[in-house]
Design a protein around this ligand. Structure first.
Ligand SMILES: C[S@@+](CC[C@H](N)C(=O)[O-])C[C@H]1O[C@@H](n2cnc3c(N)ncnc32)[C@H](O)[C@@H]1O
Length: 374
């Protein structure tokens, strides 16, 4: 590594470290507002309860309903504290990539006053506090009015609320992770490898590669059969193939020297890490709403002066009806150029060519090579 490379790497690591520290600090500030939120909600509901104390003949029922709300809200805020603790831990782990010391101590001083208070004890403390309030609100009506079905409402509401929340979170997790496009490629993967591996894309790769420094780090987004990853490896680049389909990822792992990351483009976390991003026919699975966010992530992962290649089938917007139930987003060369410039990239060259897939050569593809400014 040259002296200049060392200096650039240091600046990049420093920026990423500072960014993680800032985000962690902002999150901690927000986190300490949770007891206030719990106190205001509980206090507010108690105040509402007291207003009806001398007037309402159904006061007893009213208390039970209010207790149900107090229990539910506090149980949820308590769980949120545990979730926020995990996010804080995640920032610390990310920052520790740049400073081991930071990771080991989890942001603690060398000589804490109470060593026994481990990292994040305050988060667990808040969660316990809110758990106790929730439990009290469940037990109170049972103690005060006896064990009737009606007085079990706080318990039932809290259990139902937490179960709904958990169910919703699990459902979101499944929806986010089982993506129709990925499922499609998992189904068709083996045939797709046979069809696309022999295609000759060397000219396109060369038009991208000639702008890269020697031994550049390249991210192949949606690498598929790994055809272009192989050409890039042969040129002496360090290539990471990003591929969310299991079938493709397994195939890619058999390519010598290729690093494989089984994930989606929208989850890329790297900051200024790659000298080149190669996205051949892969960003076409994002619609107008999702594409800008993915582009933002990928451009963030590109180093200053880095080179971005993309290709889309010629057309105007999302193709309907969707083929095999999956989305295809087509782009005219004007739209493609706008996509690059909207993301701060400077167009180096654009060209069109016929599809190289057998039986589809009437289809036109638009290609672009663009540079991220320094
Ligand atoms: C039309 S294929 C192109 C494959 C390869 N680049 C080629 O030129 O042969 C689209 C690729 O994008 C991948 N893909 C789909 N959704 C993705 C996502 N969210 N992030 C990254 N890649 C994705 C697919 O698994 C597939 O490998």
């Amino acid at each position: 590594m040259t002296v200049e490379d060392d200096a650039t790497k240091f600046q990049r690591d420093k920026a990423a470290f500072e960014q993680n520290c800032l985000q962690l600090r902002a999150l901690i500030q927000e986190f300490h507002k949770t007891p206030l939120l719990s106190a205001s909600l509980t206090g507010g509901l108690l105040a509402v309860m007291s207003v009806f104390k001398d007037h309402d003949e159904h006061f007893e029922h009213f208390v039970v309903v209010m207790c149900a709300l107090i229990a539910l809200f506090n149980a949820m805020i308590g769980l949120s504290c545990i979730r926020i603790r995990d996010v804080m831990q995640c920032y610390i782990e990310k920052a520790s990539v740049f400073s081991e010391d930071f990771g080991e101590k989890g942001g603690r001083p060398a000589k804490p006053i109470f060593k026994e208070l481990g990292n994040f004890s305050i988060a667990i403390g808040y969660a316990i506090m809110m758990g106790v309030v929730a439990l009290t609100a469940i037990v109170l009506p049972l103690v005060a009015y006896g064990c009737t079905r009606f007085n079990a409402i706080p318990l039932v509401t809290t259990a139902a609320g937490l179960l709904t929340w958990y169910g919703w979170a699990r459902w979101r997790h499944r929806v986010d992770n089982v993506d129709a496009v990925v499922a499609y490629y998992d189904r068709k993967g083996h045939d797709y490898i046979k069809e696309t591996e022999p295609l000759d894309m060397r000219e396109e790769v060369e038009r991208f590669a000639r702008h890269l420094p020697t031994s550049a780090r390249v991210l192949d987004v949606g690498a598929g059969a790994g055809r272009d990853s192989k050409t890039l490896l042969d040129k002496g680049f360090k290539v990471v193939a990003l591929e969310p389909s299991k079938v493709f990822a397994e195939h890619l792992r058999s390519i010598m020297g290729l690093a494989v990351s089984e994930m989606k483009a929208q989850d890329v976390e790297e900051v200024e890490t790659f000298d080149g991003i190669w996205a051949c026919a892969s960003l076409l699975h994002f619609d107008e709403k999702k594409l800008p966010k993915v582009m933002q992530r990928l451009c963030r992962a590109l180093r200053p002066n880095g080179i971005f290649y993309m290709s889309f089938k010629n057309g105007d917007g999302v193709r309907l009806p969707a083929k095999d139930g999956i989305l295809f987003h087509d782009m005219t060369s004007d739209r493609l150029s706008k996509l690059a410039t909207d993301n701060g990239l400077k167009v180096i060259e654009m060209w069109s060519n016929a599809s190289k897939l057998q039986g589809t050569n009437e289809a036109q593809w638009n290609n672009i090579v663009a540079r991220k400014p320094s």
